[in-house]
Design a protein around this ligand. Sequence first.
Ligand code: AQP
Length: 325
Amino acid sequence: MKVFSGIRPSGELHIGNYLGAIKQWVELQEKHECVFCIVDFHAIITAYKPEELQKNILELTIAYLAAGLDPEKCILFVQSEVKEHSELAWLLGTITPLGDLKRMIQFKEKSKKYPEHASAGLLNYPLLMAADILLYKADLVPVGKDQKQHIELTREIAKRFNKTFGDVFILPKALLPEAGQKIMSLQEPKKKMSKTDSPAGYIGIFDEPEKIKEKIMTAVTDSGKVVKYDLERKPGISNLLTIYSLFSGKTIKILEKKFNGKGYYEFKMGMALLLIESLEKFRKKRKELLAREVYLREILSRGKNRAQVIAQSTMREVKNKMGLI
Ligand code: AQP
């Protein structure tokens, strides 16, 4: 199977990105042809600082490697370095009804949250995402739940293209993890954990031990005392239980038993220790990689060359079918 996915270099990678996306990528690279991208063209849709973008790209490269991606087993590259992504996005825009883009939940949410950035770019971003995926003829797209609707739209666009111009594209499927597909904010447990929100709401995969502890101890919970999974009445504790379960490999039922009669303080202390320990290898690897910029740039350059070969070949087929060559 062919696999494609990407993350925006728009801030620190958090445990939601890790549990929802990267953890699956690391497993998939063992068995499938994987292409993983740093989607910088997507990062400039919302507010960003141009002087920080290159640093964020390198930081995300480090995060990919520290979390376990292996450049010998997958292709890693930066989206804007392969121009076929934006070229195909334009072509796909010509066959996509405006209404399909306007009904995307992310467009509605992000244009409400950042009215000053309700740009054509924000509206059109699912077209660029469709191009990212379709260029590599991916069968599977491992993502968190928030991206599911965009993958469904990508399928529709691919279907429409194939029907109008002849078969070129594979119809991709979203691959969501069984648990952890939507990790919630530590401060607002009814909202998804997001890297552009306040840092108290997320745990960065490279956060230092004191920070991890502080964020978990101040995570919003309900006024009760019982450590029990109940999404309706205890969204905060339920979110913490999900995270605890995924990092420890223990089921939520077992954790409820373990903390039966012990209260939130003990539960949170246990969770802080677990996360400090689980994320230690990421912090260690990051420190090593920070001193190896040439090596990182080499990986991205090799990835770009490999990605370009695939992207150019698909674009030739697309242009041929559309009468552009
Ligand atoms: N809270 C989450 N739980 C599970 N999966 C998540 N993902 C994001 N947040 C969660 C998944 O991580 C991948 C990368 O997402 P992205 O950075 O490209 O865009 P995003 O969805 O917009 O991520 P953020 O963290 O919320 O960033 P900002 O604040 O920049 O918007 C995707 O597979 C996503 O599903």
